[in-house]
Design a binder for this molecule. Sequence first.
Ligand code: NAD
Length: 470
Amino acid sequence: MSVPSVPFSEQVNRYFDRAAAHTRHDPGLLAQIKACNSVYHFTFPLKRDDGSIEVIHGWRAEHSTHKLPTKGGIRFAPSVDEDEVKALAALMTYKCALVDVPFGGAKGGVRIDRTRYSQAELERITRRYTFELFSKNFIGTGIDVPAPDYGTGAQEMAWIVDTYAALAPNQIDSAGCVTGKPISLGGVRGRTEATGRGVYFGIREVCKVADDMRALGLAPGLEGKRVVVQGLGNVGYHAAKFLQDGGAVLVALAEREGAIENPRGLDVEQVMAHRRETGSILGFPEARSIPNPAAALELDCDIVVPAALENQITAENAPRIRARIVAEAANGPVTADASEILLKRGILIVPDLFLNAGGVIVSYFEWIKNLSHVRFGRMGKRFEEASNLRILEVVQDLTGRRLEPEVLSRIASGAGEADLVNSGLEDTMVLAYAEIREIARRHDVDLRSAAFIRSIDNIALTYEQRGIFP
Ligand code: NAD
């Protein structure tokens, strides 16, 4: 990763200031919205499997408590530091406000390269991290609710909920202390793939607008769009899979070890199977192997999807980006300087704030499920099915035509949890895109500024209606 000239949190603040200039809010209120409420940095000892002791650094930043709980992922990565968690926590505040998810923003991290630790060591780190948060009131169903991020997944979330429940016995809502859990521990169907699915919905909506596509020299629709995806983790893999299923052609894929390219298209499932077998995506049959993964960002394509980490497109490589659309699936993959270069070159940037919001949208659904203690669709699915069947019976009697039993049951079927979650996610992404596109048009600004304007307006409204605590 090339080092940007400006710290990550300052880049986020720059985006904020640029958007705030298009609003009429009190400067003091804007300063309050921008400020990070609290950051907790702690260290703890890890006893490694060989008996040695290592000092581990952890952070949690709660950027805005204008709505509670605060919400944001936990990252395990060597890059984690105070600036990074603060920047990511701020992005969470603006993201939640943008897509009308009633949370403040937070983020946490542990400075480790998870590949260097055994499963047992990762469990000890995760449980101790949770204990540290608990002891300082930085975790709780109504306080601050973590989720997976880079380097963490459902397993870490399971350890967190188990540790929390042990520390807070008799809390009926304790499952809601973290999202992204396995289904058996109160997780919701569709959460694992939610961010990638949301990335797909977002890109699909962008490609639908014929005028915007024409301005970029592209045909409307996702069908046949040549896509490059960087990072095949949770977000990148699922985004690639849904984009491929939606008709896009994956012309190149990149992972830590390098990139592979095939202008005729790569099947992401086969590439993942090859990586599981050989330990690398390189050497995938009929694809050109490129040892430097960063080179993938500069390949000829219609849409490049950085889905690994921040600061991937900087002022250094921005002039060489050949995609017409940069779709920010990761958080902060394009630096502020690079953004300006890309925009001047007429490249459309679909901002992280909007594009990767799928994770927190479905986390919100999971949290609601935990508070209500009932699976979505459990009470209504069969009732819905029965009433649909009754209507179909009447229609069949009136028309004299009979449907095959399988067709009948397919049409009549009621919505289960996965259907409802995916439908809620799609609706939120479609509405959010329509809103930011309209704001961008009205203020004659780029999509990122438009997304920030909507967030700032929403947060300001909360403060204005509630008043500031004297
Ligand atoms: P992950 O750990 O599951 O996957 C990241 C992948 O990127 C890994 O496979 C890693 O090997 C790969 N990678 C690392 N450096 C690379 C490089 N230089 N080139 C190519 N590949 C590289 O993480 P994730 O959860 O998919 O998160 C990815 C990004 O999406 C992060 O910016 C994260 O903050 C953001 N995000 C994640 C979620 C979520 O729900 N997980 C939600 C919103 C945003």
